[in-house]
Ligand binder design. Sequence first.
Ligand code: SAM
Length: 266
Amino acid sequence: MNARPKKSFGQHFLHEKRYIERIVSAVAPRDGDTVVEIGPGEGALTLPLLAAARQLTAIELDTDLIPALAVRAAAVGKLEIIQADVLKVDFRTLAKRLGAAQLRVAGNLPYYISSPILFHCVEHADAIQDMHFMLQKEVVERMAAAPGSKVYGRLSVMLQLACRVTPLFDVPPEAFRPPPKVDSSVVRLVPLPPAERHDADPERLYNIVKAAFAQRRKTLSNGLKQQMSADAIRQAGVDPGARAETLSPQEFVSLAKVAVAHAEQS
Ligand code: SAM
C-alpha cells in the first residue's frame, strides 16, 4: 500500500520499523484492552497494536484509506474503523458503547490539529486510561515545560492540570513518508486520578490562562485586567506584579477560584 499522502490531512506515514516497535512497546497493549487509535492511515501502528490487543477501534477522516486498511486488518484481529473527524467523537459515548470503563488512546497525530485534539482528549479525560501520541517535538516540549521555561504556556498549564505528561523519545523526519519539516517526539499522558484533579470552574480557568499568556510580557494585573482586580489576584496568594510564565499550574487554579468568588459577590 502506497497511497499518495495528503498534505491537507497531515499525512506522514511512519515506515521505520524500530520506531513503530518502540511506540507499540510504550503502549504495551494487552489482550482485552480497549484501544482507540486516532488517524490509523495505512496501518503502521494499527496492525501491531491490533495483534497485541486483538481488537481495536480506529478513527480515520480520510475515506480513501479505509478499504485497504480493513482488508489488511482482517487476518490480524477485530478492527472497527470509524470514519469521522476525531474532534467530533465523544470518547465517553464511545467507551460506553465499547463496554469499557476507560479507553487507551494512541496515535501518530495529524500535526495541523494536534492542539485541538489534545484539548478534546483532556475534556474527556475521565473516559481515558492513558494516551500515547506522536507529536511535533516542539509541542511535546511545550506540554512538559515547567514554570520559568521560555516555552511554558497555555498548553503546559492546561495539560499538566489534567494529566501526568511524560516525554518518551524523539523520532527523526526520515522515519516518515513524506518526511515532515520538523522533528517529532512520542509522549505519554496519564489523566490524574479524581482526587488530584482541580476543582476550579473549567471555563473561568481556561479564560484566565488564555488572557494571562496572551500578554506574557505584561504583569498579571495588566494581563488579567478584564478578569480580576489586583486585590483579587493578591487574595489568591499571587503577586499581581508577577508574569504568567512564573506561575505554577496550581496558582492558576487559585486565581480562577478567587475570580469566581468575586464574580458571585458582585
Ligand atoms: N498512523 C499512521 C502512521 O503512523 O503512519 C498515519 C499518521 S498521519 C501523521 C495522521 C493520520 O490522521 C492520517 O491518516 C490522516 O488521514 C488522519 N487524520 C487527519 N485529520 C484527522 C481527523 N480530524 N480525524 C481523524 N483522523 C484524521
